[in-house]
Design a binder for this molecule. Structure first.
Ligand code: KIV
Ligand code: ZN
Length: 384
């Protein structure tokens, strides 16, 4: 598969790894609706499900394959023939199908999960890719728990599956274990020690158990990965996956750091899509979540509000408009200064002179001490 070396491929797994979360299950119709939004958002790949896991998941992959035209539709399998055959069947309407197959490569997985040997697992991984290639051209291989795998063994596995035809090699930090420099070094090691690595795209798939999923994905890109697997709102197994919106905004804010590397993501859809996924999946977004949390663009301390109102760049590294929010929020609390109060009163059409403003501010502080947040109605009462 030809790939653009200057493109960062965004692989969305909201509907597979994200949907694995208890209570987050969606109907097929809801999945189709989100998939169409993801297509408009500009993701390159949608992981639509794990077809062998249930009839519902199978059907979702079928329907998404029909509904989506431009984006690659991917189905997950384990490294066995039945899973792969069922995935290929579910993908039969996909215009651009991808099978995502793989197996655990860490010692702990090989010993306890498979009760097997390194050589036998290597053979199974390679055989799975060869089998999947009989159905589709585009085969992604995942080395589960790569973050805790022996690097030399991992390199052997990756070299073997690329030789067998894998177009993308996914190096998951399944348990969210790695530090950014460690995860980055795994990618670097593979780049330097796998002879055929340039024939495949390296993919980062990170979990957030230590809150490092985004940092680890970025470290991977800095070391040569060109696909990031992520979800809307960072939802996913346990503490979640890499958050799509964080990755995209890092790329935008630090564009100099990433040179000519680009994605097709339209960040203006983030607020809309984050709220939609949160509501549909019944999974609230924490207020302080980066990019899409309710407070991500809300300034509440007096010092910050004053600086922000003088020049927004004092406390703003990205524009709320860039993520689809109408404007930054200046929240009025007992910590707010005169400047913030004046800003809100003027927004409501009240231009007070210095003395009246000072008096109103004194009364505002008394009210703000008594109430958690001051509303427009409170302000109008104050100036009456
Ligand atoms: O976290 C993981 O290792 C996965 C694989 C199945 C890709 O989700
Ligand atoms: Zn995962």
């Amino acid at each position: 598969m030809l790939h653009d070396p200057n493109h960062l491929y965004i692989f969305d797994t909201t509907l597979r790894d994200g949907e694995q979360v208890p209570g987050c299950q969606l109907t097929t119709l809801e999945k189709v609706e989100i998939a169409k939004d993801l297509e408009r958002l500009g993701v390159d790949i949608i992981e639509a499900g794990f077809p062998v896991s249930s009839p519902g998941d199978f059907q979702s992959v079928v329907e998404l394959s029909k509904a989506v035209n431009d984006v690659i539709i991917c189905a997950l399998t384990r490294a066995n023939e039945n899973d792969i055959k069922v995935a290929a069947e579910a993908l039969k309407y996909a215009k651009r199908p991808r099978i995502h197959t793989g197996i655990g490569t860490s010692d702990v997985h090989i010993q306890y999960k498979f009760n097997s040997t390194h050589d036998a697992i290597l053979e199974r991984g390679i055989a799975a890719v060869k089998y999947a290639k009989q159905f589709v051209e585009d085969v992604e291989f995942y080395a589960e728990d790569a973050g805790r795998s022996n690097p030399e063994y991992l390199a052997r596995m990756i070299e073997g599956v690329i030789a067998a035809g894998a177009t993308v090699v996914n190096i998951p930090d399944t348990n969210g274990y790695c530090l950014p420099h460690q995860y980055g070094n795994i990618i670097k090691y593979l780049k330097e020690n796998v002879s055929n690595i340039d024939q495949a795209i390296i993919s980062a798939h990170c979990h957030n158990d230590l809150g490092l999923a985004t940092a680890n994905s970025i470290a991977a890109v800095q070391n040569g990965a060109r696909q990031i697997e992520c979800t809307i709102n960072g939802i996913g197994e346990r503490a979640g996956n890499t958050s799509l919106e964080e990755v995209a905004m890092i790329l935008k804010v630090h564009n100099k750091e990433f040179g000519s590397l680009t994605s097709n993501i339209d960040s203006k859809m983030f607020t809309y899509l984050s709220r939609k996924v949160s509501e549909m999946m019944n999974m609230p977004v924490q207020p302080n979540k980066a990019i899409v949390g309710r407070n991500a663009f809300a300034h509440s301390s007096g010092i910050h509000q004053d600086g922000f109102l003088k020049h927004r760049e004092t406390y703003e590294i990205m524009r709320p408009e860039d993520v689809g929010l109408a404007e930054a929020d200046i929240i009025l609390t007992a910590r707010s200064g005169r400047h913030a109060l004046k800003h809100h009163l003027e927004r409501l059409g009240h231009h007070l002179d210095k003395e009246v403003l000072a008096n109103t501010y004194e009364r505002f502080l008394v009210l703000a001490d008594a109430k958690k947040e001051i509303t427009d109605e409170d302000l109008l009462t104050l100036v009456k």
